[in-house]
Write a protein that binds this ligand. Structure first.
Ligand code: 48H
Length: 269
C-alpha cells in the first residue's frame, strides 16, 4: 500500500503560519526605541549594539537581502578589509580575520554578512526585508519620530499605494551612499537646516581612504533632532571622502550611532 503523507498539515496550514507569524511579529515592531533604515554593515552593527543593551530595535531594508555593499567586496572580489581598531568588532561575532600587509585584516564577505546578521538577530534586533523607508514621521518642532514604510515591490512597480508608519524615538539613516532618508527630510521640509557645518547634505567626495576612515566616526552625528546618520550616509551628509573597500569605518560608525541613539533614548542626549 502506498504510504500516505505524514502530518496533519495542508497548504492552508503553511499560509496561516506565514501570515499569522509575520503579523504578530510585525505588530511588535510598531513602537520602537530605534528604527534603522538599511541593513548594510553600519546598520547591522548599530542594531546589534542597541539590541544587546535591551533597546527595541528594528532594521528596515529595502532589498530582499541584507548586507548592503559587503557582498560585492571590492570590485566583485568578495573579500573585505578592516583596519586594526575595527578588527575586534568582527572578531567578537566570530568573523575570521587574516592578517595581511600594513596592519590590515582580510575577511570573507559572505562570512562577514552572515555573522553580522546572525549577531544582530541573536541580540534581539528584528530585521524586515523588502521594506523601504520612503519618508519620516515628524512631531513638534519637526522632531523625527518614526519611519514611513512601503514595500520595495510597490516602489519598483510604480504603484500608487499609501505607506504605513512605525514610531521610533530615534531613526538611524544607514542607507549608504545616497543618504536617502536625510535627503528626503531635507527635500520635504523647506528651509530645514541640518545640525552640520554646512546645514545640508553635501554629497561624498572622491577617494582618500585614510582620511575617509578617520572622519567617518566623527561624522556619525545626530543631524536633526531624532535623526542620526551612520556609515556612508554620514560621509555623504557631511561631504567627506570615500574610502573604497575598507569596512572598519562602517563598523565603528555603526557602534557610535548605537551609542548616540542609546543616549537619546535614555534622555541623556
Ligand atoms: C530601506 C534602504 C533605503 C531605504 C537604501 O550601502 P550599504 O552597505 O551602507 P553602509 O553605509 O552600511 O556601508 C557602506 C559600504 O557598503 C560601502 O558602500 C562602502 C564602504 N563604500 C566605500 C566606497 O568608497 O564606495 O547599505 C545600505 C543599505 C542597502 O542594503 C540598501 O538597500 C538599503 O540600505 N537602503 N533600505 N529604505 N530608503 N535606501
Amino acid at each position: 500500500m502506498a504510504q500516505g503523507p505524514a502530518g496533519n498539515w495542508d497548504e492552508v496550514s503553511i499560509t496561516g503560519a506565514i501570515i499569522r507569524g509575520f503579523f504578530q511579529e510585525f505588530a511588535d515592531s510598531l513602537r520602537l526605541d530605534v528604527a534603522i533604515a538599511g541593513a548594510g554593515p553600519s546598520g547591522l552593527t548599530a542594531a546589534r549594539y542597541l539590541a544587546r543593551e535591551g533597546f527595541r530595535v528594528a532594521v528596515f531594508e529595502r532589498n530582499l537581502y541584507v548586507g548592503g555593499g559587503i557582498w560585492g567586496g571590492g570590485m566583485l572580489f568578495p573579500r573585505v578589509v578592516v583596519q586594526e581598531e575595527a578588527a575586534p568588532l568582527f572578531e567578537e561575532i566570530g568573523v575570521r580575520l587574516k592578517p595581511v600587509e600594513d596592519d590590515l585584516y582580510l575577511a570573507d564577505a559572505v562570512e562577514a554578512v552572515s555573522r553580522s546578521t546572525a549577531a544582530a538577530i541573536e541580540a534581539g534586533a528584528r530585521i524586515w526585508v523588502g521594506m523601504g523607508v520612503e519618508d519620516l514621521v515628524l512631531r513638534e518642532k519637526d522632531r523625527v519620530s518614526g519611519v514611513v514604510l512601503n514595500w520595495m515591490a510597490v516602489e519598483r512597480a510604480g504603484l500608487h499605494v499609501d505607506p504605513l508608519a512605525v514610531h521610533a524615538r530615534v531613526v538611524i539613516d544607514a542607507t549608504g551612499h545616497e543618504a536617502e532618508v536625510t535627503r528626503t527630510l531635507q527635500r520635504k521640509v523647506p528651509g530645514l537646516r541640518l545640525d552640520t557645518p554646512s546645514g545640508e547634505v553635501v554629497g561624498e567626495r572622491p577617494m582618500w581612504s585614510q582620511v575617509a576612515e578617520a572622519t567617518l566616526v566623527e561624522n556619525t552625528t545626530e543631524v536633526h533632532p531624532g535623526l542620526i546618520v551612520a556609515g556612508m550616509a554620514a560621509g555623504a551628509v557631511h561631504g567627506s571622502y570615500r574610502m573604497g573597500a575598507i569596512f572598519g569605518g562602517m563598523l565603528l560608525s555603526g557602534r557610535k550611532a548605537a551609542a548616540l541613539a542609546a543616549q537619546i533614548c535614555r534622555g541623556e542626549g
